[in-house]
Design a protein around this ligand. Structure first.
Ligand code: 13P
Ligand code: SF4
Length: 305
């Protein structure tokens, strides 16, 4: 049954001249099916470079929107219309305009986990992989506003020593990971390296060894193939880590760290998406052109890790 479905997806993928991109938090079978899996930065770069006519984005809406902003001539499909990112919805363009009015002259950096309208109000976009490098590239003495994730913003402030005005957004799937979770895992596996995503809370991050985007976690584990790792981020990444490093051991810091929106994508929905060319994600002008400036800066500033 599943084999048949996989065959039908491949058939329609060819017919539509489509590429399937998947985020590292997607269910394992979708990661296995995708032409390319990656973190938000890797996926944005891939979406801007592909020569496919159709991009099926297995992730959440802001990711598909980013692809549509970068490649307006392509058809971008999100297999589940309601796969959103609650963090991205924690700030509106109007709220950002009000914040900017309170800090005239501040440079605005927005996490890619934001709406196209918020990106259009921002000077720079960044992902968890290059937030530090983006902030570092800004003039030394000016004010910086960072939206919407206060935890990634705090991380960038700590690493750069810059004073950053933070918006109080957060990712519900990361803040469920507690200090207790890390301490328990550490006591059980004292030899393990603890990798955490910068979206985790500050007390959790203080207990961890490496703070990395999901793509950076894959690269780091790849350099230490026989190790044991405690992983403090959305549990979908364990599939990719284990697949690429079968000799190593990966333990989720918390089994509760699941993003329900990422898990809304299924094989059936991917097939229907290709069959019916649904759900098209587009970004209207002039929002697209404005947002594109911030995204172009994001894909130009590469991480050092
Ligand atoms: P990265 O894969 O870019 O680290 O992103 C994490 C995330 O929360 C995506 O929604
Ligand atoms: Fe948004 Fe968090 Fe899900 Fe990423 S893991 S899509 S930040 S809710």
């Amino acid at each position: 049954m599943q084999q048949r479905l996989l065959e039908k997806i491949q058939q329609f993928k060819k017919k539509r001249k489509a590429v399937i991109l998947a985020h590292n938090y997607q269910p394992g079978q979708i990661q296995d099916l995708a032409d390319f899996c990656g973190d938000s930065l890797g996926l944005s770069i891939k979406a801007s470079q592909t020569d496919a006519e159709v991009i099926v984005f297995c992730g959440v809406r802001f990711m598909a929107e980013t692809a549509a902003i970068l490649s307006p001539e392509k058809t971008v499909l999100l297999p589940e219309k309601y796969a959103g990112c609650p963090m991205a919805d924690m700030i509106t363009a109007e709220q950002l305009r009000q914040l900017k009015a309170q800090h005239p002259g501040a440079v605005v950096v927005c996490y890619v986990n934001s709406t196209a309208e918020v990106k259009a109000e921002s000077d720079y976009c960044c992902t968890s992989a290059n937030a530090v490098e983006v902030v570092k590239s800004l003039p030394a003495n000016g004010e910086i506003i960072f939206v919407p994730d206060r935890h990634l913003g705090r991380f960038a402030a700590d690493r750069t020593g810059r004073n950053i005005i933070l918006w109080p957004g957060y990712c519900a799937s990361h803040v469920v990971i507690t200090e207790e979770d890390i301490k328990t895992a550490k006591a059980k596996y004292p030899d393990a390296v603890i990798m955490a995503h910068p979206e985790c809370t500050e007390p959790v991050k203080a207990l961890c060894d490496k703070l990395l985007s999901t793509g950076q976690m894959l690269r780091y584990a790849g350099q230490n193939k026989h190790g044991r790792f405690i992983v403090a981020t959305e549990t979908g990444i364990i599939h990719a880590l284990q697949k690429q490093n079968p000799q190593a051991e990966f333990i989720a810091a918390s089994e509760r760290a699941i993003c329900p929106n990422m898990k809304k994508i299924t094989l059936e929905k991917i097939f229907w998406s290709l069959e019916d060319m649904q759900h098209k994600v587009t970004v209207d002008e002039p929002i697209r052109t404005k947002a594109r400036k911030a995204i172009d800066r994001m894909v130009e500033i590469l991480p050092t890790e």
